[in-house]
Ligand binder design. Structure first.
Ligand code: XUL
Ligand code: MN
Length: 346
């Protein structure tokens, strides 16, 4: 059965262009203004970090956090937008310098857990049950700085804490092998699903697979997605592209490797992605060189590339592909796919 595709992105994808080596190059755009762009760009849902919804949440009581999130829900309604997920931002506060759930300091670990509970409250107020966990600083720069066995145990406990706090949420772990850490503890889909299997409710823990993160781990994004699909664990995706093993580029989907992008689209379509309400999430970054008036093109271009590749994928001659596979004629199979992608007949 074919997939049904609706698209989402997070407000951080409209960005001022600052990088570790230079300041912003574009004016900040207020959250309310960003919301006005979603439908125009072809998107129907918003992905949130907890403090995208409630910026000063650390200074508020849990009741105040919920009240502010309720107001955001009303804004979304006003724009006809859904909230796809909420992700606790566990990498900016001074208490997360050494990691969050795996910090060596117990008080810092408790902060991370408490913050995660507030993120769940925000998710409820925004009417989504999906929590994304990008485990940004759960890793080390110096191998001896943490005990990796203890770290894994602490990650399981932290996920359990969230599952027990709210019996209706589902958690999508977003693996990434490095950046900001030298080595992260949950670098791949396999690690995330192994962790899920040890929690109190494995049926509510899956993954958010980001193309660039898989590539940074030296893996193929569509294979990672296929692995997750086989386990019924592909809760959402962060499609983008990445030019080899360097910093996390979050490039426009399909901008580097069309064939790799095609294979992601093809797999999602083949396995009816979206049929259970899953969104096609983009996690793409405007280049620093981009002028302000066109600094949302990476979003509309990514969506258009997805849809164009979907058309190509659906035009593939499956019988022909099956025949090549049956003959083990992979050279011709490869030629066929390349021909289709470059528009050459034959
Ligand atoms: C970081 C990243 C995050 C997560 C959400 O590389 O991808 O934006 O997607 O926290
Ligand atoms: Mn991401």
């Amino acid at each position: 059965m074919a997939g049904t595709f609706r698209f989402s992105f997070g407000p951080w994808n409209i960005h001022e262009g600052a990088d570790p080596f230079g300041p912003p190059v574009r004016e900040s755009i207020a959250f309310g203004k960003k919301l006005e762009e979603y439908k125009k760009l072809g998107f129907d849902a918003v992905q949130f970090h907890d403090d995208d919804a409630v910026p000063n949440m650390n200074d508020l009581s849990s009741e105040e956090v919920t009240r502010e999130a309720d107001a955001v829900r009303k804004k979304l309604d006003g724009h006809g937008l859904a909230a796809e997920f909420v992700a606790p931002r566990l990498w900016e506060d001074p208490r997360t310098i050494d990691g969050a759930y795996t910090a060596n300091d117990a008080a810092c670990r408790e902060y991370a857990r408490e913050r995660s509970r507030r993120a769940i409250d925000i998710a409820n107020a925004l009417d989504t049950r999906l929590i994304v966990l990008w485990l940004a600083r759960e890793g080390t720069y110096v191998r001896e700085a943490k005990d990796s066995k203890v770290a894994a145990d602490r990650l399981v406990e932290a996920v359990n804490d969230m599952l027990e706090y709210d019996k209706n949420i589902r958690i999508a772990i977003e693996p990434k092998p490095n950046e900001p850490m030298d080595h992260a503890y949950i670098p791949t889909t396999g690690h995330a699903l192994a962790l899920a299997s040890r929690t109190v409710d494995p049926g509510r823990v899956g993954v958010n697979i980001e193309s660039a993160h898989a590539i940074l781990a030296g893996l193929d994004p569509s294979d990672e997605m296929g692995f997750a699909l086989s386990f019924g664990k592909l809760y959402t995706v962060h499609l983008n592209d990445q030019n080899g093993l360097k910093f996390d580029e979050d490039k426009t989907f399909g901008a580097v490797d069309l064939r790799r992008a095609l294979n992601q689209v093809r797999l999602l379509d083949r396995y009816n992605y979206g049929g259970n309400g899953e969104w096609v999430g983009l996690d793409v970054k405007a280049m620093r060189t981009q002028k302000a008036d066109v600094a949302t093109k990476h979003l509309s271009n990514s969506r258009e590339n997805f849809l164009a590749l979907l058309e190509i994928s659906r035009s593939l001659d499956d019988k022909r592909i099956e025949a090549f596979v049956a003959e083990r004629n992979y050279e011709e199979l490869e030629r066929y796919i390349v021909n289709v992608l470059i528009g050459r007949k034959g």
